[in-house]
Design a binder for this molecule. Structure first.
Ligand code: ADP
Length: 394
């Protein structure tokens, strides 16, 4: 029994076949540069990497190539369903749902909120309905986990009518990752399911933190869009919105251009001038590059401030969870953030941190309550688990 997990972006299609009971993943890959002459299908199975050119392929051709691949690998007949990552569910979806025409209509209605993500997500759903007509399909939303936020956390202090008229409120993202690592953290840190207070920090190219009390998200750093919150690879995170008008008029650029720069040319890349990739910025900083150092200083400072603020909704801190490429791998970022947060009772264990918490259930602090711990995320597995559970419920 396995689930095909699909994540369609504007020019890519990520896929994985996962057994939700064992987490076994016999094949995973990505069709990328779709729509260009360089389009390709790259995958990994049995520990080996493979690649196939798909010149000019769009999502439909790519998905058919995935089907051929699964057939060749003998994985097609074992599929029980397909789980789709859908980025923006607005306030329509508080959990994963079986895909029906009504669900598709609601995801379409959320396009203004997720203009870059929802259209390719919908293409993935439509194409896979064509390619797998008999297979049940499930939508798993990035926003759903945060639907438990109370109005005080999701309402912006702006004219109240904007909420009704334009859907202006905090939605939050990375919900699948926050939900997955919060659940894992309970087992690793031995916390009770009905009484815990966590801050989860998902630090990848995009970064967000969430305040989780007893399994429910009570607040998060990303907002109407993923631009808000902490500093990221190319996104600024929260800045004075007046910057937009100021730079636009000073520079003769449109506000849309400035917002684009806040999304794509800011963050680690913008400050360091080197890269959006933390590894490259860390290397430059180690060689004395001033702006690279400043970029890391700001990254850790802003992150620590955001984490401290998220203790307000949960009332106390039992555990700070690090995940994502940076959270799982950067010894420096974890050390700096934990040091900033010493006043909460977190005390770094430099040796354990150097080992990414291996050998002590991910814990990188000498303090146990509160503790900071590393929990590897696995969004695909949670999508597969949700899909299997929904199919099981029938
Ligand atoms: P995405 O959000 O695209 O899934 P990832 O979760 O893979 O991204 O995270 C990518 C980030 O993780 C990059 O900034 C990368 O530099 C960082 N990263 C990965 N490995 C390391 C490492 N060993 N040390 C520091 N940063 C790392």
């Amino acid at each position: 029994m396995s689930v095909l997990v699909l994540n369609c972006g504007s020019s890519s299609l990520k896929f994985a076949v996962i057994d939700p009971r064992t987490a076994a993943q016999p094949v995973a890959g990505i069709a990328q540069r779709l729509g260009s002459p360089e389009a390709s299908l790259d995958w990994k199975n049995g520990g080996e990497k493979h690649s196939r050119a798909l010149p000019g392929a769009h999502h439909d051709v790519a998905l058919r190539a995935v089907v051929d691949l699964l057939r060749d690998l003998g994985l097609l007949d074992g599929l029980v369903g397909i789980g789709h990552r859908v980025v923006h569910g607005g306030d329509e979806f508080a959990s994963s749902v079986p895909i029906t025409p009504e669900v598709i209509a609601k995801v379409e209605a959320c396009i203004p909120l997720g203009p870059l993500h929802n259209p390719p997500n919908l293409v993935g759903i439509r194409v896979s309905q064509e390619v797998f007509p008999g297979l049940p399909q499930v939508a798993v939303f990035d926003t759903a986990f945060h639907q438990t936020m109370p109005p005080v956390a999701y309402t912006y202090p702006v004219p109240y009518e904007w909420r009704e008229q334009f859907g202006v409120r905090r939605y939050g993202f990375h919900g699948t990752s926050h939900r997955f690592v919060a659940r894992q953290a309970l087992a690793q840190a031995k916390l009770p399911a009905d009484d815990h207070a966590l801050v989860t920090a998902h630090l990848g190219n995009g970064c967000s933190c969430a305040a989780v009390r007893n399994g429910r998200s009570l607040d998060t750093t990303m907002g109407l869009t993923p631009l808000e919150g902490v500093m990221m690879g190319t996104r600024s995170g929260s800045v004075d919105p007046a910057i937009i008008g100021h730079v636009a008029s000073a520079n003769g650029r449109s506000e849309r251009d400035v917002i684009d720069a806040l999304n794509k040319k800011s963050g680690l890349l913008g400050v360091s001038g080197i890269s959006n990739d933390l590894r490259a910025v860390e290397e430059a900083a180690a060689q004395g590059h001033e702006r690279a150092r400043l970029a890391i200083d700001i990254f850790c400072y802003v992150l620590a401030k955001a984490i401290a603020a998220l203790v307000v909704p949960i009332g106390r801190l039992d555990a700070l969870v690090f995940t994502g490429g940076i959270g799982e791998n950067s010894v420096t970022v974890r050390a700096r953030v934990v040091e900033h947060l010493g006043f909460l009772g977190l005390a770094l264990d430099p040796e354990a941190n150097g080992r990414h918490g291996r050998g002590q259930d991910g814990r990188v602090t000498t303090s146990v309550r509160p503790q900071a711990l590393v929990v590897p995320t696995n969004e695909e597995l949670l999508i597969a688990m949700d899909t299997a559970e929904i199919l099981h419920r029938g």
